[in-house]
Ligand binder design. Structure first.
Ligand code: NIG
Ligand code: FE
Length: 408
């Protein structure tokens, strides 16, 4: 099974083989003009200039890519895509002035999605997730992570993880998202006891990583440490939701525990920036969430300049970021966080693949990598970030096959 994408105006890929990329290396994008990509059996067999393309023989499907450019399939390393229902009513209330934290404290917010997700059943949940995965694919995402955290009981947490796995996603166990109503009286410590005793043993068989919401009103650093340490002992990679509203010790805890990433960072100050920069922990930035909640943007420029490894993701979820588009996230990165299109591209391809433990296979257009390719509807690939909210995704190739073709 061979697929040749020919006559591309540009082929753009993060340079080099290292991951995660930091500092000046984050800006190094290799651009080949008048280019081709040859896919074979789900992998990239070759890339290069059309003038160097030798005879291929028969049996090759071709895509005429004149007027288009190619970038690696996008990697969304932080989503909550496995949810039922929506929160459009809450969105209207927030638009009129109510705050996200107020709604959460009143039993709305995350808990209203928990109610809908518990009621959906396996088939309902799979159908909702399939719809969301379709949206992500049309936005150019060929690899996605999705978290549980809308079950908060044993059965629904495991159902969410299975649904993500079965939809081709990479499941993260976010049992410690918030304290469910069943534990309202006993509190967060008792809920963590329950999670570790009753859910972790099975969650660890399905999920690749564990995540916790470390925040005022959710889990404190001691509870987060206890949860994450047990998850690490069960073989899971560690992630944290940290410094979203308040700086509450997520960065030092992530470093102490050797977490793969700490995500959000809207409230991180200069000390957190330099600590993170000296560590191996990736800062996952979620500008669509900051925009959606009208919060300050995370200190992306300072992080990159200090030498931190960063990734960009959507945080796609019904409450704080009803947005599945990584191209839009790249536009926000460029316009709101002073990241160049090149830095944005590396952050949602190779560095995001590193967060998901897949940097050897995903996030670059190079021989041996998975044949996941986005054809951008412009001759200059930087339109991905430049065309704010525009129809930039022309065609999506996943595993060497056309997975979506736009009408552009
Ligand atoms: O990353 N902050 C916690 N969790 C999600 C929001 C989930 C929701 O509102 O449903 C986030 O923003
Ligand atoms: Fe999140």
């Amino acid at each position: 099974m061979r697929l040749l994408v020919r006559d591309l105006a540009q082929l753009a890929t993060p340079a080099g083989r290292a991951a995660p990329l930091r500092g000046a290396a984050l800006r190094e994008v290799e651009v080949t003009r008048a280019a081709y990509v040859l896919c074979e059996d789900g992998r990239i067999a070759a890339t290069g200039r059309m003038s160097e393309l030798g005879p291929l023989g028969d049996d090759v499907e071709e895509i005429d890519a004149r007027g288009l450019s190619a970038i690696p399939g996008l990697v969304d390393c932080h989503t909550h895509a496995c949810f039922a229902g929506d929160r459009v009513d809450e969105f209207s209330l927030r638009a009129g002035g109510a705050s996200y934290e107020e709604l959460h404290a009143r039993g709305g917010g995350i808990l209203s999605t928990v109610r809908a997700t518990r009621e959906a059943g396996d088939a309902g949940l799979a159908a909702a997730l399939a719809e969301h995965v379709g949206w992500m694919l049309r936005a150019g995402t060929t690899t996605f992570e999705a978290k549980s955290g809308y079950g908060l009981d044993r059965e629904t947490e495991l159902a969410q993880l299975r649904a993500v796995r079965d939809a081709g996603g990479i499941p993260t166990w976010l049992g410690a998202h918030t304290v469910p109503p069943e534990f309202a009286e006993q509190g967060a410590d008792a809920y963590v006891d329950f999670l570790l005793a009753e859910v972790l043993p099975d969650a660890a068989k399905i999920a690749e990583a564990a995540d916790v919401f470390l925040e005022r009103g959710a889990f404190d650093p001691d509870q987060a440490r206890r949860y994450l340490t047990a998850c690490r002992d069960a073989g899971l990679v560690l992630r944290l939701h940290g410094d979203q509203f308040t700086e509450s010790g997520a960065v030092p805890l992530a470093i102490e525990l050797g977490a793969r990433s700490v995500d959000h960072l809207e409230a991180t100050g200069p000390a957190g920036v330099s600590e993170l920069a000296r560590s191996e922990v990736v800062g996952v930035l979620l500008p669509a969430s900051a925009l959606f909640l009208n919060r300050p943007m995370p200190p992306a420029r300072a992080l990159v300049d200090a030498g931190a490894a960063i990734a960009l993701a959507t945080d796609f979820n019904p409450g704080s970021a009803f947005c599945e588009s990584l191209p839009l996230v790249c536009s926000l990165a460029a316009t709101q966080m002073s990241l160049t299109p090149e830095e944005g591209l590396a952050a949602c391809t190779v560095n995001a693949a590193h967060v998901l433990g897949r940097a050897e296979r995903k996030g670059r257009l190079a021989p041996g990598f998975d044949a996941d390719v986005v054809l951008v509807a412009a001759e200059d690939w930087r339109h991905v970030a430049y065309h704010l909210g525009g129809p930039v995704v022309h065609t999506v190739i996943a595993d060497g096959k056309v997975a979506w073709e736009g009408s552009a």
